[in-house]
Design a protein around this ligand. Structure first.
Ligand code: NAP
Length: 282
């Protein structure tokens, strides 16, 4: 990517800068933009006045929101908190972005879908009957963004892993010789670093505003993914397939989580991304 002088002068504010995705965004965007990183300690995105005041003072041309309520199971019992961060805060960020003419990029999830569709979900699919509170709060956030924000990129992604609490590390740290993993939920695990790079490319290319699906390519179940993790890591762990009904969680998950990226250059394959992530752990 060629660095342009005008890019260097552009100011990008990144919320959730300490999160799994936020850290990668800060690292990737800092090479091309003047980045202002904001963590939870710096600002509570659920505080409308604080959001408005901060954005108005900084006057960025680009706002990226990687903050949110992301504990899918806990959301079942912390509904208000999930909605405050994933829905109401999106409207505060949207209004603040409009006020200073900034573009807002924010992230949503495969969990806005019920998972009952036969094929993949493309960017034109509207969220339908999410199965859990987290998904409902993210869908409400999508609606707020679309209804309020003048210039937005709504980026849906799925099954993130990277520098934070994630499935790959859970598998590696389980220290078991045998593990049961759900085999009837199918999705596209995505490396947070790849998502950050794809977000940079989206913002630099500046296609029309709207919804984008950014995921690594290749669909598999959590069971297949676990087997792949152990195989690449060279660990001898026996993985046993179980159904979602056998492996009950507080929040129900969709069986079909497959997002289709039909608008942007494809990200690399799940295999390549996973290998690259595991290399960082050696
Ligand atoms: N993880 C996934 O599998 C997945 C899948 C699909 C979509 N997404 C979406 O991708 C985005 C990034 O996810 P992630 O996995 O990187 O999340 P994450 O690691 O949980 O990071 C979320 C960040 O938000 C911050 N935060 C929490 N409450 C806040 C508040 N009131 N004000 C300001 N900041 C606050 C957290 O800070 P503290 O930790 O200090 O509270 C944390 O740094 C989210 O929108 C998520 O919904 C994630």
């Amino acid at each position: 990517m060629v660095q342009r002088k005008s890019d260097i002068l552009e100011k990008v504010v990144i919320f959730g800068a300490n999160g799994m995705l936020g850290k990668e965004l800060v690292s990737v965007f800092s090479k091309f933009y003047k980045v202002i990183s904001l963590t939870h300690a710096d600002l509570d995105i659920a505080d409308e006045d604080a959001v408005s005041e901060k954005i108005f003072r900084l006057k960025p041309s680009i706002i990226i929101n990687a903050a949110g309520y992301t504990n899918v199971d806990l959301a079942e019992t912390e509904r208000d908190k999930a909605f405050a961060l994933n829905a109401h805060a999106i409207s505060y960020l949207s209004k603040a972005a409009n006020k200073c003419g900034a573009m807002l990029a924010t992230y949503s999830s495969d969990y806005v879908f019920s998972g009952e569709k036969d094929g993949e979900y493309d960017e034109n699919c509207e969220g339908d009957s999410p199965l859990n509170v987290y998904g409902k709060s993210k869908l409400e956030g999508e609606k707020s963004l679309k209804n309020t924000c003048k210039k937005f990129y709504l980026i849906r992604t799925s099954w993130l892993y990277g520098n934070g609490k994630n499935f790959v590390d859970t598998m590696l740290n389980s220290a078991k010789t045998e593990i049961k993993v759900v085999s009837d939920q199918i999705g596209k695990p995505t490396y947070a670093k790849d998502l950050a790079i794809a977000t940079l490319s989206l913002i630099k290319d500046h296609p029309s505003y709207g919804t984008y699906h950014l995921v690594n390519e290749g669909e598999l179940s959590w069971y297949d993914f676990a087997k792949k993790i152990f195989q690449i890591a060279g660990l001898n762990v026996k993985v046993t397939a179980v159904t979602s009904d056998e492996f009950k969680r507080l929040a129900k998950r969709p069986l079909n989580s497959r997002l289709l990226n039909s608008k942007r250059p494809r990200l690399r394959s799940v295999d390549k991304a996973l290998k690259s992530y595991l290399e960082t752990k050696i």
